[in-house]
Design a binder for this molecule. Sequence first.
Ligand SMILES: CC(C)(COP(=O)(O)OP(=O)(O)OC[C@H]1O[C@@H](n2cnc3c(N)ncnc32)[C@H](O)[C@@H]1OP(=O)(O)O)[C@@H](O)C(=O)NCCC(=O)NCCS
Length: 276
Amino acid sequence: MTVAAEVRELGIGDLPRCLALARDRDWAAETRAWLLLLEIGRVYGIEDPDGSLAATVSVVEYGPALAAVGALLVARRHAGRGVGTALVRSAVDRTTAATVWLTATPAGAPLYRAAGFRPVGGYVRYSGTPEVPGRPASRTADVGDLPALVRLDATALGASRPAVLANLFSVATVARVVDGPDGPLGYGMSWRGARSHVLGPVVAVDERVAATLVADLARDVGGPLRIDLPASGPALVTWAERHGLTAGPATAEMVLGADPPGARRWVRTFATGALG
Ligand SMILES: CC(C)(COP(=O)(O)OP(=O)(O)OC[C@H]1O[C@@H](n2cnc3c(N)ncnc32)[C@H](O)[C@@H]1OP(=O)(O)O)[C@@H](O)C(=O)NCCC(=O)NCCS
């Protein structure tokens, strides 16, 4: 296979091959996350002559201001031949958004840097089974809250993503809101991942609200979970450490083009690294 091999858009029917490629790179086979990308975003792939996928990358457009790139995977047998580099460039060519946002593993970061991305922050993955005594200070969200949550989310992201939130809400095992006088001050969701519950997204106007949401979500989950926390959020990191969560892999937050729009610091944790 050459780097010039054709990149084509994948569909829902390609889900099993996407999961197989993820497993090839020791990534958890996150069915829910891939389905979201295939349904709401665009996933591009390169075919391997043996019928499997040689590589993937995703692009999710949130209007003219923002797009997210992710799911960059190259099968081990095709690694180190420029395929990943070519796919990053092809993903960038497929969006005209003012800011292209992504989270990069240490393996992916050099490719993104070479394509012009610059670091703007970083996340660390925390995982474990926290004991969270006490009573919730947030309330359960219901479907009627969605328009207000979409508005808060749009203020944070600088771009509206009603389809992503509606989809996440429909699969969330827990969704919680902290109310303020003029609407929600924060919301958070948790969903069932391949290996544990995933906490995210959590969007909140300040860290106190964020910590309330994370604690309440974790209490409702009541079992193993993971959450990616930004280095810029010391209160949440302290919460995670106090509750016995273990720090795991770090990812860099990178952008191409304009600085992230909206009030990005309100995004206390993303939905997935490929969605923002
Ligand atoms: C990260 C990943 C996508 C890289 O894919 P890849 O196809 O092996 O990457 P490339 O071949 O384009 O680049 C890797 C290296 O090969 C070099 N290279 C070799 N031949 C090349 C060619 N013909 N053209 C360009 N670069 C080439 C690159 O310069 C690069 O060098 P570096 O290691 O000094 O940076 C792949 O390792 C992977 O899937 N990893 C697991 C999942 C992951 O972490 N994904 C990133 C998410 S952010």
